[in-house]
Design a protein. Sequence first.
Length: 178
Amino acid sequence: MEKSPDIISLIRQGNKQAFETLFVEYYARLCEYSFVVTKDKEAASEIVQDFFVKLWENHANVNIQAIKPYLFKSIHNNSIKFISKKNKVESIIDFKEYGYEMPHDFELTEKLEKSVNELPPRCKEIFLMSRLDKLRHNEIADKLGITPKTVEVQIRKANLILKEKLKEFKFLIFFLTF
């Protein structure tokens, strides 16, 4: 297909047939790709459908140079967001299993996200690989070409920084850093 400029300009003009052609051409491959990332067929299908709905809703503002990379990058990002949200929900469930009620406090979520984003870049990368990707120190070290000891030091550094920044939520620190 890859007639990117033509199909993009048609979609921008509101051409439903061009949009349907794009959908039919890429839907299955995007679902497969999202499934590889999420490991959840139903979620993968939903992610791709939601993406196409939003794409059509904003068709007049579409400004894409190359359609295939744009589609796959968008689905990748949306799949990662899904995993992140799923991990947060699982953390809350785990938290409740220990007999604690998770406060419905958006301030905590915002503060946590802000604090993680403020970590030094390499420290943040290693911390997220450990917590979100659930990789072991050796796996992270292999992927980044560093020693497991460096990974350990960076995770310890991230934990110390987060404990300090989130000290007002002291009762949650144990669950966030282990």
